[in-house]
Design a protein around this ligand. Structure first.
Ligand SMILES: *[C@@H]1O[C@H](CO)[C@@H](O)[C@H](O)[C@H]1NC(C)=O
Ligand SMILES: *[C@@H]1O[C@H](CO)[C@@H](O)[C@H](O)[C@H]1NC(C)=O
Ligand SMILES: *[C@@H]1O[C@H](CO)[C@@H](O)[C@H](O)[C@H]1NC(C)=O
Ligand SMILES: *[C@@H]1O[C@H](CO)[C@@H](O)[C@H](O)[C@H]1NC(C)=O
Ligand SMILES: *[C@@H]1O[C@H](CO)[C@@H](O)[C@H](O)[C@H]1NC(C)=O
Ligand SMILES: *[C@@H]1O[C@H](CO)[C@@H](O)[C@H](O)[C@H]1NC(C)=O
Ligand SMILES: *[C@@H]1O[C@H](CO)[C@@H](O)[C@H](O)[C@H]1NC(C)=O
Ligand SMILES: *[C@@H]1O[C@H](CO)[C@@H](O)[C@H](O)[C@H]1NC(C)=O
Ligand SMILES: *[C@@H]1O[C@H](CO)[C@@H](O)[C@H](O)[C@H]1NC(C)=O
Ligand SMILES: *[C@@H]1O[C@H](CO)[C@@H](O)[C@H](O)[C@H]1NC(C)=O
Length: 442
């Protein structure tokens, strides 16, 4: 038989084993689903570097997913892994900006890690073995990000990139500003310090004023170039940017005891999330890249993050639970069906709306993380209550964390060549992809 025949026999053999059926109403079925997709996710974990083999922000987001697993299941199996990884990546200045990432770090990357720190604080995650305060890490991130507020163009906002020499320094975007908004909202609720509400409102007002958040449709657009003074906003919309603002409004809604100001925005963003990022069968998807099957490595993780933010919304604004839950149930079932690829026959695909629940031949950390967040979000009612300092949170507040950290933003001549890093990463992931494909079929 020719090689190609073996290939296709193997291929269909694997494909015929369909992923797993998930019953969102049965706790054991959901736990099994979580175990299965987590196992696949941890294939990408490198215990010696305490990072996932992917862009650095995805390690931060994956750890947030695993913190949510812990919150939902109280299963302590991965507690040490998560703790070690948080501590290994917190950086020399306790601000989630380690020297190793120094010339690559964007505001969005640091912001996503800051939100992960916040998640650890809000559930009193294992802080017994360390002096490090998860909340203070988040505060350091917030202080550094807000110090980068930049009035020189677009009437304010923070830029995508931190360093002048990185591509994207001339772009202001919603994921960076939205992460700052959500972080401020969560710290307001966590510390009961209204200064954070003022900051959240400043970011919100700016995002609306510059046209990144459209109050008519509640569409959240990706961003704009500083060269145009933000006069031309891109049409692109991503699930996680809508989600990052949505959860921010939910924290503020909850902290302000349900004021209509934040309820109106919450309702608008929730409606937008459910109508734009779910199909008619209530299955979550990423319209900007899934319809053309062109999602890049990062983008496969976005819808899982929207699910995470919908879960917070249910917790903080319980009146939304019933509606959101029906979308999450449908999506969790679809995700499980699409986790039916690869050698193990439970590798998750990217497009769950694809062909009535089969694997679409895509795989990666983002696919696993998205499946994890969507599947576990059906457990939201049994998540640990999101704590604040006045309701029993132990992680100590340090409002001035990160304020003395000196950062030199100008170009160090010797590292200008680091621009080539992006090219290297692309090549690196292509190689991983190739090796994984070989492993997958033999
Ligand atoms: C906890 O997680 C581990 C690893 O995923 C799994 O083997 C075990 O069954 C889980 N235990 C419970 C009680 O869910
Ligand atoms: C950490 O300490 C608290 C009490 O301060 C205790 O309730 C909790 O169970 C401990 N957690 C672990 C993982 O030891
Ligand atoms: C930026 O402008 C706002 C008002 O638009 C003002 O409150 C703030 O102080 C300015 N910040 C800086 C750093 O100039
Ligand atoms: C940039 O836009 C802001 C309003 O968003 C305006 O106040 C400012 O004057 C503009 N700057 C330039 C250089 O056009
Ligand atoms: C919300 O309500 C609680 C209890 O009634 C009160 O202590 C708190 O000050 C209120 N918070 C705000 C921001 O109004
Ligand atoms: C979104 O809002 C529109 C217009 O108010 C409404 O018809 C629709 O039912 C809402 N959809 C969801 C999912 O909330
Ligand atoms: C705030 O969140 C808590 C759960 O964390 C919930 O019990 C409470 O009802 C929420 N408040 C409002 C106004 O919905
Ligand atoms: C989709 O799959 C389900 C079972 O998983 C089956 O009942 C249904 O008929 C299928 N629909 C189509 C259009 O193939
Ligand atoms: C509230 O937060 C602000 C900003 O971080 C800080 O300057 C201030 O000291 C905090 N206030 C309290 C009472 O912690
Ligand atoms: C920042 O770095 C540049 C290039 O390495 C150097 O010339 C400059 O003196 C540094 N600035 C400060 C304030 O350290």
């Amino acid at each position: 038989m020719k090689f190609s025949s073996y290939f296709w026999i193997l291929f269909f053999l694997f494909k015929s084993i369909s992923g797993f059926d998930l019953n969102p109403d049965d706790r054991d079925s959901v736990y099994n689903g979580i175990d299965t997709v987590t196992k696949g996710m941890l294939n990408y974990y490198n215990p010696s570097s305490h990072t996932f083999t992917a862009y650095w922000w995805m390690t931060g987001s994956s750890l947030n997913g695993m913190l949510n697993t812990y919150s939902g299941t109280k299963n302590s199996t991965n507690m040490k892994l998560i703790t070690d990884a948080l501590l290994a990546n917190k950086g020399e200045n306790n601000d989630f900006a380690p020297n190793s990432e120094k010339f690559d770090l964007g505001n969005d990357d640091q912001g996503i890690w800051g939100l992960t720190g916040m998640s650890a604080a809000e559930i009193n995650f294992n802080d017994n073995e360390t002096e490090t305060s998860w909340a203070a890490l988040a505060q350091a991130v917030l202080n550094e990000m807000s110090s980068r507020w930049d009035n020189s163009t677009c009437n304010g906002g923070i830029r995508w990139q931190i360093y002048t020499f990185n591509q994207g320094y001339d772009y202001k975007n919603t994921i960076s500003n939205g992460a700052l908004f959500q972080l401020a909202a969560r710290l307001a609720r966590y510390t009961h310090n209204d200064t954070y509400v003022d900051l959240a409102r400043k970011v919100w007002d700016w995002s609306v004023g510059v046209g990144f958040v459209d109050l008519d449709s509640y569409a959240v657009y990706d961003g704009s170039n500083t060269a145009s003074n933000c006069s031309t906003v891109t049409n692109e919309q991503w699930s996680y940017t809508t989600g990052v603002y949505l959860a921010g409004t939910a924290f503020l809604y909850n902290y302000t005891n349900g004021t209509s100001e934040w309820k109106d925005h919450l309702d608008g963003l929730l409606n937008r999330s459910l109508t734009h990022f779910f199909n008619e069968d209530k299955i979550i998807y990423e319209p900007s890249c899934e319809t053309s099957n062109s999602c890049n490595y990062d983008q496969t993780a976005f819808k899982g993050m929207l699910a995470r933010y919908l879960s917070y919304t249910m917790q903080l604004a319980p009146y939304t639970s019933e509606t959101i839950m029906s979308y999450l149930h449908a999506s969790a079932k679809a995700a499980a069906k699409a986790c039916s690829g690869g050698y193990d026959a439970v590798t998750c695909g990217n497009r769950w709306t694809w062909n009535n629940g089969t694997w679409d031949n895509n795989y990666g950390l983002g696919e696993q993380l998205s499946a994890l967040e969507v599947i576990q979000s059906v457990l939201t009612p049994q998540y640990t209550t999101l704590l604040s300092l006045d309701t029993g949170a132990r992680s100590k507040s340090n409002p001035s964390a990160g304020q003395d950290t000196q950062v030199n933003y100008s170009v160090p001549a010797a590292t200008k060549s680091d621009k080539g890093w992006a090219g290297f990463l692309t090549a690196f992931f292509s190689l991983i992809f190739l090796l994984f494909s070989i492993w997958l079929f033999f």
